[in-house]
Write a protein that binds this ligand. Structure first.
Ligand code: BGC
Length: 673
């Protein structure tokens, strides 16, 4: 064969290969200008959170990291955000954001500073922190290993030595036995790939090694540790109910030149070592460590995650000559914007991360996403884009349960020290002042717009028609099928994603003293004398949110809150009322989506609906009509607003317990459901 024919064949094969690669693995870039980033939709039970890690915020930790910082003459973590002393006020910050979830890590070196020494005091503090978060209705998510561990453990070889895993498991069990029955969300190991790549390939994290042999050992041991931890905790009290998962950092690798086969090969190798081999390991239970040729089974690894935590930050453009030091800027596309960390903002990669973890068939939680951006001019857009991607992916069928922004506040960014600021709150490390950034306000606003508003329950009414059982008790406290009516109402509200309720107890507030409900944070408000429904609301005006759901304490109305809230907001209404058309009596007339007449006492002949308990109200409406003294909300507002009230038609059966017959019907309903 003539040489040029041979060359031609080779070139053709090359071209075909490149075309196939380009076609099979597109590097998605969206035209962000043409996308309406305001258009977001999240399920009402979506977990909105913020994340931190112990060594990055607590201060004065003595662990593998603090040692590495001094040995390598890095910036010292020092007192960091002094969070160990300021945790209570830091939890105010979380509360102010409105996030119902908080991911943080437990510092092993505080719990077990020496091999033979355990600190009950530290464990007790973490326990108080958990208690405090729960009391604020912030669901804790605990990470058991987030890059840091005790010095004694490192001296024994850390995760390089398989038998050392026993130490970590003992620590995990100790923590779980204290907190396992209260904390529902657990992450075993944060980013095993980053821990090994940075600590054993690039040498940027402790122990600063550069050895493929060690990388293989540590990778394998981390997977063993994860699997063993999962199995051990599941066996403990509270383990069955706990959601335990691995947190995987997904880095997207793309070839720098999409016509260059070498760039393709490099990107595929990196993708395999950084992402695929780990995910495959989790899926099949057989793990091929990065850079090794064969896989081997890890007992208990298959099925060892109840969810997959995805930490996503960026994509990297691969060439065979990529820098192995962070000092050199990574390559980016010309239209991309560099973050302070020098890698680009690439929100499209979050979607690709979801696609990558999808075949694990596990619920996905974005356990970290955020950006280093000192002056906060990029973060708002970063948040908007990544939330848009998440919202769209949910719409397209991905099972994504939550989003934790990294990070609550600026903190110690490992090898980069304090130069990289990831927080929603700015931290002045001199004065330790925290200030909410514009991006923090934005995140908070998105959460508010996508969560179910405050529930306000008129719970003070007495049950005059119920006779003896209700002589000295508000109706909402009467037991139905083993628990007070108020509990049933709150259970439903919680199932709909409500996080806080204001209970207006009428003048018998002391009757509610021992009332508790886990899952919704409760505020009680009492009147000095009976004020009627309108008076009760006016009396509590300072405690009302701008928009709230109003419920009656003696009605059980299991409707979908998301739909009514959506309807209310779409119509931009002041008052949206649920109207049922299947009730034995009628008390209103509705037409063209509005309630046009209401009469509680006399049913008029053209009435075609009944007010079924759940309504949504803008506080400004209360201010339009509010007055001191006793007055009825429904009898004052409904007639005055007729024609303006949005009718939300829903024929879900609605239960009230006003008479003994109705009460027993409700009792039967609960028994059967
Ligand atoms: C780590 C965090 C770190 C963040 C930003 C993640 O990989 O889990 O600890 O601060 O990236 O670089």
């Amino acid at each position: 064969m003539q040489w040029w024919i041979f060359a031609l064949i080779l070139i053709s094969i090359y071209c075909i290969l490149i075309v196939i690669l380009r076609w099979s693995f597109p590097e998605k870039h969206l035209n962000w200008e043409s996308i309406n980033l305001e258009k977001l939709e999240f399920p009402s039970e979506f977990m909105w959170g913020v994340a931190t890690a112990s060594h990055q915020i607590e201060g004065n930790n003595k662990n593998n990291w603090s040692e590495f910082e001094s040995n390598k003459k890095l910036e010292l973590s020092g007192i960091a955000c002094d969070h160990w002393n300021r945790w209570e006020s830091d939890f105010d910050l979380i509360e102010n954001l409105g996030t119902g979830h908080y991911r943080f890590s437990i510092e092993w070196s505080r719990i077990q500073p020496k091999e033979e020494e355990w600190s009950d005091e530290s464990l007790e503090q973490y326990s108080q922190m958990v208690e405090d978060l729960i009391s604020r209705n912030i669901e804790p998510m605990i990470t058991l290993h987030h890059f840091s561990h005790p010095i004694w453990f490192q001296e024994k070889g850390g995760f390089e030595v398989e038998s050392n895993i026993n130490y970590w498991i003992t620590f995990c069990e100790k923590v779980f036995s204290k907190l396992g029955q209260r904390v529902k969300w657990w992450c075993t190991i944060n980013e095993p790939t980053v821990f090994t790549a940075m600590g054993y390939v690039l040498g940027e994290f402790p122990p600063g090694a550069r050895s493929f042999k060690k990388t293989r050992a540590v990778s394998r041991n981390l997977m063993i540790a994860h699997a063993r931890c999962y199995r051990a905790l599941k066996k403990m009290k509270g383990g069955e109910q706990a959601n335990i998962g691995l947190v995987k950092n997904i880095n997207i690798f793309d070839p720098y030149r999409r016509w260059n086969l070498l760039h393709w090969i490099q990107s595929k190798i990196l993708d395999e070592m950084f992402n695929k081999c780990w995910l495959r390991g989790l899926k099949t239970g057989k793990f091929r460590t990065p850079s090794s040729l064969f896989s081997s089974k890890i007992p208990g690894l298959k099925g060892s995650s109840d969810f997959i935590g995805v930490n996503y930050y960026t994509h990297l453009l691969a060439t065979p000559f990529m820098p192995t030091t962070v000092e050199i800027d990574p390559l980016i596309r010309p239209w991309e914007e560099r973050t302070d960390f020098r890698y680009p903002m690439y929100a499209e990669g979050l979607r690709r991360s979801f696609e990558m973890v999808k075949n694990l068939n596990l619920p996905i939680i974005v356990t970290e996403n955020g950006v280093a951006d000192d002056d906060d001019d990029m973060r708002p857009e970063h948040i908007r884009r990544h939330l848009w991607i998440t919202s769209k992916a949910i719409k397209d069928g991905f099972d994504i349960r939550g989003f934790y922004h990294w990070s609550l506040m600026d903190n110690f960014e490992w090898a980069e020290g304090y130069t990289q600021r990831f927080g929603l709150y700015h931290v002045d490390f001199e004065s330790q002042d925290r200030t909410l950034k514009e991006s923090g306000k934005l995140y908070s606003k998105v959460i508010e717009e996508n969560t179910i508003p405050q529930v306000v329950i008129l719970a003070g009414g007495l049950a005059t028609r119920l006779g003896k059982i209700a002589e000295d008790k508000p109706k909402s406290l009467i037991e139905v099928n083993g628990k007070p009516m108020l509990n049933h109402i709150l259970d439903w509200a919680e199932s709909q994603g409500c996080r806080k309720a204001l209970v207006l107890t009428g003048h018998l507030g002391n009757k509610f003293e021992n009332f508790k409900h886990r899952g919704i944070s409760l505020t009680f408000h009492q009147e000095s004398e009976p004020l009627g429904t309108g008076g009760a609301l006016w009396n509590a005006k300072e405690l009302l949110d701008e928009e709230f759901i109003l419920l009656w304490g003696d009605d059980y109305h299991p409707i979908n809150y998301s739909s009514i809230v959506k309807h209310h907001r779409q119509n931009n209404s002041l008052l949206t009322m649920t109207v049922t058309e299947s009730h034995d009596s009628m008390n209103l007339r509705h037409s063209d989506g509005k309630v046009v007449a209401y009469n509680k006492i006399d049913q008029e002949s053209n009435f075609n609906g009944y007010e079924a308990g759940t309504s949504i109200i803008k506080k400004s409406l209360l201010y339009d009509y509010g007055k001191d003294g006793k007055w009825s909300w429904e009898e004052t507002i409904y007639p005055k607003q007729s024609g303006e009230i949005t009718a939300y038609i829903d024929n879900t059966k609605f239960w009230d317990m006003g008479t003994p017959e109705r009460l027993s019907k409700l009792e039967k309903f609960f028994q059967n459901s």
